[in-house]
Design a protein around this ligand. Structure first.
Ligand code: SAH
Length: 459
């Protein structure tokens, strides 16, 4: 006979009083009710709240805030009208000081608990600028049942579009561009993409701005390679914002969560925009990765350069190099830079960027990091420093093994996910690399994301 399981302390639709004691890794408030874990979005550690339970699982429940009974000393009034719905900012109700403390601790916890590492995370770096720091936005477009066009961001853990054209993280000028596109779509009956049925033309609006040059790129992501009345759109865009120097169509025919397709067609102006970072001029195509917070990025790259401790005689391998920015920013202090990146357009940018900045000691090639690392190692390359900057999922095991086999003195690991960073550092530790220093960098204020750069040295 099945044993009756213990009744859970909360049930669906219960109203409970809860003290929030921590944040989850996703920035959700956590409280314990009779020892049982309850997650509440938008709640801040130190808050006492009345929560309404909307979901109960065997090991946890999920609640929503009915009322903040006693606000945490770290609670602030959100300065965004969609803060409670939009999935972009997790920390609109939290003071920035508290956010920085939380982020530093998040990196520390990951390195200690996941990585089992004995390294003390240094003081978190921040530019202090928490608004309009992003140079890039990708807005999903959707249509409501009653024919209203929504342009904004996805709600948390969902693909429901929250209309938000005046996001505080983006350059204020982006809002007017969105209005122009919305008016053009309405005037010419341009159909809006529907995820479910995989029909409709306009999927995303992707805007990018070079902060130092002022140049703006407007990219429309469509299901098919067509854009009706493109001339009218371009005319209105130029009338509204004179910094628009590139209008691009990106075609994404797939039923996928990935925003951009592989094909780009320039409709007006330049194929790429330019920006200046660390004193160098960079060209960036729509498909190339480019750090979204350029001021924060300079803090990050400076820290990475400090850890690399170059004297002029070193060979540096920059794996996951994007448009070449990290390696090129270090080139004047190294003997040679070798960059590897999987996106072809980014490698083309990297080569061009080296040339345009008069950097003769850098070469780049397009390859998967694992394949490239293995090949370079077999060819006998012995870099003194290897810089790693992988996407959130971290490095493949093959990459770590090949990097360690090349036996660099230093590995500088730049990461946007402390959990995969910690996992990978643990693997490096098994291969003789000791995590010596770690610094968190707040590249993404008001969101749950945090960047980290770690120095590993050969034991
Ligand atoms: N270092 C760059 C880019 C970092 S983002 C900068 O600071 O701007 C991570 C980069 O890794 C992206 O450009 C992405 O295209 C690339 N990438 C992702 N998977 C890869 C793989 N398996 N091999 C090589 N590069 C990869």
């Amino acid at each position: 006979m099945k044993k009756p399981s213990n009744p859970l302390p909360v049930g669906k639709n219960d109203d409970i009083r809860l003290e929030i004691t921590a944040f989850s890794a996703l920035g959700t408030g956590i409280g314990r009710y009779a020892g049982f874990t309850v997650f509440v979005d938008g709640a801040v550690p130190g808050d006492v709240i009345d929560a309404h339970i909307i979901k109960v699982k065997p090991t946890y429940a999920v609640g929503i805030i009915r009322r903040v009974v006693k606000p945490s000393k770290d609670r602030i009034v959100p300065d965004c009208a969609v803060a409670d719905r939009c999935g972009g900012c997790s920390f609109r109700a939290l003071s920035y000081d508290a956010e920085l403390r939380y982020k530093k601790q998040k990196v520390q916890d990951a390195l200690t608990r996941i990585g089992g590492l004995d390294v003390e995370v240094r003081e978190i770096l921040s530019t202090g600028e928490t608004a309009a720091y992003r140079n890039k936005a990708q807005y999903p477009v959707a249509m409501t049942a009653d024919g209203k066009t929504l342009i904004g961001f996805y709600a948390k853990k969902s693909h429901r579009v929250i209309d938000c054209r005046a996001c505080r993280l983006q350059p204020p000028a982006f809002e007017a561009i969105l209005h122009v596109i919305a008016r053009w779509a309405a005037a010419y009956g341009v159909s809006i993409y529907d995820e479910e049925s995989h029909t409709g033309l306009l999927r995303h609006i992707y805007l990018r701005k070079g902060f130092a040059t002022g140049e703006t790129m407007v990219c429309l992501v469509t299901l098919r390679d067509e854009l009706p009345h493109a001339d009218a759109l371009i005319g209105s865009l130029l009338e509204t914002d004179r910094s628009v120097c590139s209008v691009v169509l990106n075609v994404n025919p797939d039923k996928t969560n990935v925003v951009l397709g592989r094909q780009c067609r320039t409709l007006f102006g330049k194929d790429e925009i330019e920006d200046i970072l660390c004193g160098l001029r960079f060209r960036i195509s729509p498909l190339s990765f480019y750090q979204v917070n350029p001021q924060g990025c300079e803090l990050l790259y400076k820290q990475a350069a400090d850890f690399a401790a170059l004297t002029g005689s070193e060979t540096v391998l920059d794996l996951y190099c994007g448009a070449g920015t990290i390696g090129l920013s270090m080139a004047h202090k190294a003997k040679q830079i070798i960059g590897v990146e999987v996106i072809d357009a980014a490698i083309e940018n990297a080569k061009e960027n080296a040339k345009r900045n008069g950097i003769g000691n850098a070469r780049f090639f397009c390859d998967d990091a694992a394949g490239a690392a293995k090949r370079l190692q077999q060819e006998g390359l012995r870099p003194d420093v290897i810089v790693l900057d992988p996407p959130r999922k971290g490095c493949a095991l093959d990459v770590i093994d090949a990097v360690a086999a090349m036996a660099p003195d230093r590995v500088v690991y730049v990461s946007c996910d402390p959990a995969t960073l910690a996992r990978d550092c643990k693997r490096f530790a098994e291969l003789g690399y000791h995590a010596q220093e770690a610094v968190a960098v707040d590249m993404f204020p008001r969101t749950v994301h945090v960047e980290c750069v770690t120095l590993m040295t050969r034991k």
